[in-house]
Write a protein that binds this ligand. Structure first.
Ligand code: ZN
Length: 415
């Protein structure tokens, strides 16, 4: 199984929406756009919910079976490191190897020298097809970049070889991610990172650099869109160039860990992908869970009551819920509605505040972000929550599919 040119990472915290998610991808296929679904769930999510990768695998397989999907699909061990890779081995066939913590840590001087020497043909001025300005780097700059990233490259190699030895001939997709770090990588840095990963023999399918700007969970991009666009374009060009230079897999593509809902950069991304005839992996976060809440609220009655109750509890446990997500959410607490206010909200008021429709004056991105990290509360409710999911399956599924198809697939993969 191979990833298609376009692939979409979808999270499903409670493993009940696989079919609804897949139906959005089927809708795209019927419209002539092939997308590979990849179900992603991180160790953090599994810990908070108390689920296991085998649950994700079961839900993905069941969705595929129920819809008669015959194309490739994957289950992603999202953001793994040596300390938790084993947890995912049996159930995953896509590994997002996260080496961000190793960036900037000193590697052995002799190894840095060796790799820098092997890359010495890139000292000087040269061009990358598709980029107007020439790249000019001197010997010291190459050495500095190699020094900054070598330990991360070596760690990626260690983890990749561990997976390879355990998977015993089974094929799997490999992503290296460097996005969960404080500063973004430049296109030139990305070029040398790819050189190092190729040099260690990692058959890379996707690479997730950190782009400039903020990619908070479940809300739009915050940052300079022109700057992002330039950087994304250069990164796409770098990846295509690196494939030829370093004999990386021909279908290597960028992975954008979007955190979901980066609506304002979808159009520029789409334009650049078309221009370069390039593929992309767009990883979204667990916003399907918010569509479950929207569906419950829309259903009214006990569904709406439960949605209100979850919000009230989320307010009470604010610090605890936001703690694991501090670097990827941006909530202004003064903008959060009080529990008393929400108690009075009807279906319309609740869904207007939560659904990511920026044209709706009642949309509240702070409310949305708090609920995004509030899934722990629903997890603790156990069957009380899951029973209502099943009971309101139709209204929830409609929201889940529509969200993926209309707000994500259409703007980024279709015209
Ligand atoms: Zn990420």
């Amino acid at each position: 199984m191979k990833l298609k040119k376009y692939s979409l990472g979808i999270g499903d915290r409670f493993a009940h929406q696989g079919k609804a998610q897949l139906s959005a991808i089927i809708q795209a296929k019927e419209a002539g756009v092939d997308i590979t679904p990849v179900w992603n769930k991180s160790y953090r999510e599994h810990q908070i919910i108390g689920s296991k990768p085998a649950d994700t695998r079961r839900a993905a397989d069941a969705a595929v079976k129920a819809t008669g999907w015959r194309d490739p699909y994957f289950v992603d061990a999202d953001h793994i490191g040596m300390k938790n890779v084993d947890f995912f081995l049996d159930s995953s066939d896509f590994f997002t190897i996260d080496v961000a913590d190793f960036i900037g840590k000193p590697a052995a001087e002799s190894k840095v020298d060796t790799l820098a020497k092997q890359l010495s043909r890139y000292v000087g001025s040269w061009s990358i097809p598709g980029i107007d300005e020439k790249v000019t780097v001197n010997k010291e700059q190459v050495k500095k970049i190699v020094g900054k990233y070598l330990l991360a490259i070596e760690e990626a190699s260690t983890i990749y070889n561990h997976i390879l030895s355990q998977k015993q001939g089974e094929s799997f997709a490999v992503e290296v991610s460097m996005d969960e770090t404080s500063s973004s990588q430049t296109p030139v840095e990305l070029f040398f990172i790819l050189a190092g990963l190729a040099h260690r023999g990692i058959p890379l399918n996707t690479i997730a650099p950190k782009f400039s700007g903020e990619f908070n969970k479940g809300i739009d991009y915050i940052g300079n869109i022109d700057q992002f666009t330039r950087e994304f374009e250069q990164d796409v060009a770098v990846v295509q160039f690196a494939v030829g230079e370093f004999k990386l897999p021909a279908d290597l593509k960028l992975s954008v860990h979007s955190g979901s809902d980066k609506f304002s950069i979808y159009q520029p991304m789409h334009r650049i992908l078309k221009k370069f005839d390039a593929g992309v992996h767009l990883k979204t976060a667990g916003t399907t869970w918010l569509e479950e809440l929207i569906g419950l609220a829309e259903a009214g009655g006990e569904g709406l009551a439960l949605a209100r109750e979850i919000y009230k509890e989320a307010l009470n446990r604010y610090d605890e819920l936001v703690a694991p997500y501090l670097s990827v959410i941006h909530i202004i607490t003064g903008q959060l509605p009080t529990a008393k206010e929400v108690e009075k909200w009807d279906e319309e008021a609740f869904t207007s505040a939560l659904r990511h429709d920026q044209d709706n004056p009642y949309f509240n991105l702070h409310f949305r972000q708090l609920l995004h990290v509030g899934y722990k509360i629903a997890a603790a409710m156990g069957d009380r929550y899951l029973r209502l999911l099943r009971k309101n399956e139709n209204v929830i599924a409609k929201n889940v599919s529509e969200n993926i198809f209309e707000r994500h697939i259409k703007p980024i993969f279709m015209d």
